[in-house]
Design a protein around this ligand. Structure first.
Ligand code: ZN
Ligand code: ZN
Length: 337
């Protein structure tokens, strides 16, 4: 295929490096690759959403959340213990269903065995690096104690701001096209925001105090995705502040938060896909080898593939041995500073 012929010649990692790896070197999956042309870019965009994708599921969840599991804007005009606790509990249940469900399926009952699992090493059970000396308990603790709290705080403040007219509103009836476009735009904005926040988190003083908590996890599982220091949760979820200037509906606001939280959970699954049928390699794509490389080699792949900031700023790791060597040099340089 002409497409494959264009792949650069690289040294692939030894077989023992990963239990499973996608086709390497990783391709540039960005829509912003001008050489690809608009038709190919649109096809990529289409395939990233349809026929089914984790983010399409989150759109559905956020719509249901707004209609059935959120306070009315009338209620949210003033802060009240009942509705704030209600939002906290609903978020707690959501993350537990997604992260807990995936952990049970993939790691407790091992329904897929090690099929499509990037790194087959077990999680740490007795390691003083982790809170409670356990990687699992550490990850659950930080995801819930800090993650759900900060997530809920943003959501409660947002609903209160919409209810009081402090954030500009947009509804489906008057702006149906913009209403749909925001669902496509917000994840892109989220990646751009994440890249720069993440670069800042890797600045040594901030890394040592804040981000090292997330990087305790060299091998990751669903609960690792939101296992972060409270300051990182505040920074990571601050992309929703865009709604202060962007006219949107509370559904967009809820979607953006759920997308950041629940897709952090799924993208840290440690598996390329969750499959239902035995011996099938096709299923719901969840894992992100691009970010798995970040957890293994640290100073690379700060963003996500859809907006190629890493390519633009020279921090892209395509999975090859050459990229690992480049990353190690970079890491040494950074540690000297
Ligand atoms: Zn990092
Ligand atoms: Zn991570």
């Amino acid at each position: 295929m002409a497409h494959d012929a264009a792949k650069p010649e690289v040294t692939l990692p030894a077989k023992s490096t990963w239990n499973y790896q996608p086709d390497l070197p990783l391709e540039d999956r960005s829509l912003f690759n001008l050489r690809r042309g608009p038709a190919e870019g649109l096809k990529l965009l289409w395939n990233s959403w349809l026929p089914i994708s984790d983010r399409l599921i989150v759109v559905g969840v956020s719509i249901l959340t707004w209609f059935y599991l959120s306070p009315s804007l009338q209620t949210a005009r003033t802060f009240g213990f009942d509705w704030v606790v209600g939002v906290y509990l609903r978020n707690l249940i959501l993350i537990t269903l997604v992260a807990g469900g995936m952990h049970l399926y993939l790691y407790t009952f091992k329904m897929q065995g090690d099929r499509l699992r990037y790194d087959a090493r077990p999680f740490h059970k007795k390691n003083a690096l982790f809170t409670f000396s356990s990687q699992f308990l550490d990850n659950v603790f930080w995801s819930i104690a800090s993650g759900v709290t900060v997530w809920t705080a943003y959501e409660v403040l947002g609903l209160w701001a919409y209810a009081n007219g402090y954030m500009p509103m947009l509804d489906f009836a008057t702006h149906p096209i913009l209403f749909v476009l925001w669902f496509i735009f917000l994840p892109f904005y989220g990646v751009l925001h994440f890249y720069w926040i993440h670069r800042l988190l890797h600045w040594r003083p901030v890394y040592n105090y804040v981000h090292s908590l997330h990087h305790r996890n060299v091998n990751v599982g669903p609960w690792s995705g939101m296992s972060m220091h409270p300051l990182e949760h505040i920074a990571y979820l601050s992309s929703v502040l865009i709604h202060v200037v962007l006219a949107s509906h509370p559904i967009h606001f809820i979607f953006q938060l759920q997308q950041k939280v629940l897709l952090a959970v799924t993208s840290h699954a440690g598996y390329e896909s969750v499959t239902l049928a035995e011996d099938s390699d096709t299923g719901l794509r969840v894992g992100d080898f691009f970010h798995q490389l970040h957890h293994r080699y640290f100073e690379c792949n700060y963003g996500e593939p859809e907006v190629p900031c890493d390519k633009w700023f020279g921090t892209f790791h395509d999975g090859s041995e050459e990229a690992t060597a480049r990353t190690r040099v970079r890491m040494k340089e950074m540690r000297k500073k």
